[in-house]
Design a protein around this ligand. Structure first.
Ligand code: SAH
Ligand code: SF4
Length: 342
């Protein structure tokens, strides 16, 4: 049986042709899978019953074993999806201004990168998600909330560039006009910076938004909180970002989780300034979210100090935002996506 939600358009078309169907059937089926978000082939009413029956024999439509959601006071909704092997992943739906929504998706159960402040990193690596498991997070949440479309950010559990093929293929399905038809400008991939994969991304999927988890512009310090910096040092990452093709009028986002006494000094701000002035970029400061797996070593920087840090950079002409932590009362904020269930 073929996992139909893991196929891109060309793969589905070729498979259908191989089975003796007309090529245009692929477009019809994509439309039903991603616009109508059907759960069973019998819902494809434009197809004859015999055809629907045969599809059922060849393909299956991936479904989460179970799904739960909790809503925070600010309207953020956290989804907990159970996979076939009993592992869980989380996704978050975040309301934005003007009736827009952002869906934050996961690409792995756990993460290999081991960033010290991150709950997902602390839980270790379990496995990569299949394309269908990534795509279905978006499909499920759009359907559950009766939404036509949403921005999608690859900022949930896992490192998308460490599950490169599946993450990229899932984005291809999101942007396909015959499927979700989400504009590339509305997709953001966040990475801790795996240089060779950034190089591949430039060729495979240019013109999506890119967010780099920087967290320190001082290399030795970055290694202390992000072990990945040893293998892929920040200088190399930045070099490869130089000619990254972004959507028009968009900037690279540098994410900066601010941790008390670790990366919030004047010297840290100066180092950031040196990095940022080389790029059309913006800095997104994320006040550290506390969670059970964090221990006592890491504390958030007080807000007045964060504001001063931001103002220093703004006065030098940098674009700086401070993320208001959404959904922190339901552990749906960034870096909180470690599932306690297992
Ligand atoms: N692996 C990718 C994408 C997922 S992490 C990456 O690291 O970019 C999404 C963002 O949440 C990253 O910027 C990450 O550093 C941040 N984050 C992790 N732990 C956090 C915490 N405890 N508080 C606030 N943000 C955190
Ligand atoms: Fe992985 Fe990103 Fe967490 Fe680092 S911050 S451990 S790369 S999920």
């Amino acid at each position: 049986m073929i996992d139909i939600l893991s196929l891109d358009y060309e793969e589905l078309r070729d498979k259908l042709v191989e089975l003796g169907y007309e090529r245009y059937r692929a477009e019809q089926i994509f439309n039903f899978l991603y616009k109508h978000r059907i759960e069973d082939f019998s819902e494809i009413t434009v197809l004859k019953k015999g055809v629907r029956e045969q599809l059922k024999k060849e393909f299956f439509i991936y479904k989460f074993k179970s799904a739960r959601s909790v809503e925070a006071e600010d309207g953020t909704k956290k989804y907990l999806f159970e996979l076939d092997d009993g592992l869980f992943v989380e996704s978050v739906l975040i309301p934005m201004e003007r009736d827009r929504f952002t869906i934050c998706v996961s690409t792995q159960v756990g993460c290999r990168m081991g960033c010290k402040f991150c709950a997902t990193g602390r839980m270790g690596f379990k496995r990569d998600l299949a394309v269908s498991e990534i795509v279905n997070q978006v499909r499920y949440i759009l359907k559950d909330n009766n939404l036509k479309t949403a921005n999608v950010v690859y900022m949930g559990m896992g490192e998308p560039l460490d599950n490169y093929e599946n993450s990229i293929k899932s984005i291809r399905i999101l942007i396909d006009d015959r499927a979700f038809a989400i504009s590339k400008r509305r997709i953001t991939l966040s990475t801790c910076g795996i240089t060779p994969m950034i190089e591949r991304l430039k060729k495979d999927l240019p013109y999506i938004n890119l967010a780099i988890s920087l967290h320190s512009a001082i290399s030795d310090k970055r290694t202390l909180i992000m072990p990945v910096n040893e293998k892929y040092p920040i200088d190399e990452v930045l070099k490869s970002l130089k000619d990254f093709p972004l959507p028009r009028r968009k900037r690279i986002t540098f994410e900066y989780v601010m941790i008390k006494g670790i990366n919030d000094s004047k010297a840290d701000a100066k180092a950031l300034l040196r990095v940022m002035s080389n790029f059309k970029s913006k800095l997104n400061i994320i006040p550290l979210n506390k969670h059970d797996l964090l221990g006592t070593k890491f504390e958030p920087t007080p807000m007045d100090k964060i504001e001063k840090f931001a103002d220093y950079l703004r006065n030098k002409g940098m674009f700086v935002t401070i993320r208001k932590s959404k959904g922190s009362n339901i552990n749906a904020a960034c870096g909180m996506l470690a599932t306690k269930v297992s």
